[in-house]
Design a protein around this ligand. Structure first.
Ligand code: SF4
Length: 349
């Protein structure tokens, strides 16, 4: 069977019209790939359009302030993607005169760009023969060729990358790569693939062996780690206090209310005795307002968060560095995590 020819014929008839398919501008292709990692097309599309409108060129993105980019990204999650994208845009300006590198190895050296994204940019923007292997490609190949090597193992990465490269149409790598990803996204779907109407159903080994629902195989991830976050929303009805997250942890660079992380869930009475509160408020006897809890799931972490509202007298001066004061009317302008945003939404509506 000519895998690529069959697939490209299917693609030409069935592909969705998506804005990043209308271009071979490496910046736009890169942006779409970064946004679509871990994100569905329907959710990612408005972000892609917002970014292109605000930063129509890579140079415009590179010149943007960090906070502005993070704010525009807010809600997409996996914030390291945005931070790395901005760093890479600046690298392209500094080291490549603002012109996107046109060789696979050079593309892969940019911050946050792994083999998958580098192959996508190299093939779609520059017509270079590199096969992409994303979740869709793993699924399609695992089923058609009935491969049960776990896709999240080192061996799996090697086996599938080798097969994807063998199947690639080297004369037409961009269309081939888009076709296989699209086929996985809309036809050979994770649940309820459209086998009766499939161009591969005479060749698909998983279908013949009744293994479609069992492939691809994935080794289960370790149980997510549970963390307890106690946030303090301090307010005198006009002002509140925020801080920026630093260090290598989730939500790096985003803003949040003063935070005390604890080993276990803490109640207000226990927190009142804690040095953190004493350092934050000095001699002031804090008055508790509302208390709102959320469970927030990240890919490898479960965050049990409680936001404690502390009502402050007018004119109160908070000394604890690095917390800074802002007005409640400006609160929505800071880039924050989805968790903090949920709390802000709950108090502002
Ligand atoms: S027959 Fe079914 S499992 Fe096989 S490639 Fe087609 S849609 Fe996927």
């Amino acid at each position: 069977m000519n895998f690529s020819r069959k697939l490209i014929t299917w693609y030409e008839v069935n592909k969705r019209e998506l804005p990043w398919r209308e271009t071979n501008d490496p910046y736009k292709i890169w942006l779409s790939e970064v946004i679509l990692q871990q994100t569905r097309v329907e959710q990612g599309m408005p972000y892609y359009l917002k970014f292109i409108e605000k930063y129509p060129t890579l140079k415009k993105l590179a010149a943007a302030p960090d906070d502005e980019v993070m704010k525009l990204w807010q809600g997409l999650g996996y914030y390291s993607r945005a931070r790395n994208m901005l760093a890479a845009a600046r690298e392209v300006v500094t080291n490549h005169g603002g012109k996107f590198p046109n060789e696979f190895e050079e593309i892969k050296k940019l911050k946050g760009i792994g083999p998958y994204t580098a192959a996508a940019i190299a093939s779609l923007a520059f017509g270079l023969a590199y096969a992409v292997v994303d979740g869709n490609v793993y699924r399609v190949l695992a089923r058609i060729y009935s491969i049960d090597t776990p896709i999240n193992s080192t061996e799996g990465a090697t086996v599938f990358a080798k097969l994807a490269t063998e199947l690639l149409d080297a004369k037409n790598p961009g269309t081939h790569n888009q076709a296989v990803m699209e086929f996985g996204a809309t036809h050979c779907k994770p649940a309820q693939p459209l086998c009766p109407d499939c161009i591969f159903n005479r060749h698909c080994v998983a279908l013949q062996k009744g293994l479609v629902t069992q492939l691809p195989v994935k080794t289960p991830n370790a149980k997510p780690r549970t963390r307890h976050f106690n946030y303090f929303y301090l307010t005198d009805n006009k002002r509140t206090w925020l801080q920026q997250r630093t260090g290598k942890d989730v939500w790096q660079g985003l803003y949040e209310f003063p935070l005390l992380e604890s080993e276990t869930k803490l109640d207000w009475a226990t927190l009142l005795q804690h040095d953190f509160i004493k350092t934050l408020l000095g001699k002031l006897k804090p008055v508790l307002g509302q208390q709102i809890s959320f469970t927030h799931l990240l890919s490898h972490q479960k965050i049990e968060a409680t936001f404690f509202e502390i009502l402050l007298p007018k004119g109160f001066v908070l000394k604890k560095f690095p917390t800074f004061e802002t007005s409640l009317t400006k609160l929505k302008s800071y880039p924050v995590s989805r968790l903090t945003d949920k709390f802000i939404e709950s108090i502002q509506h």
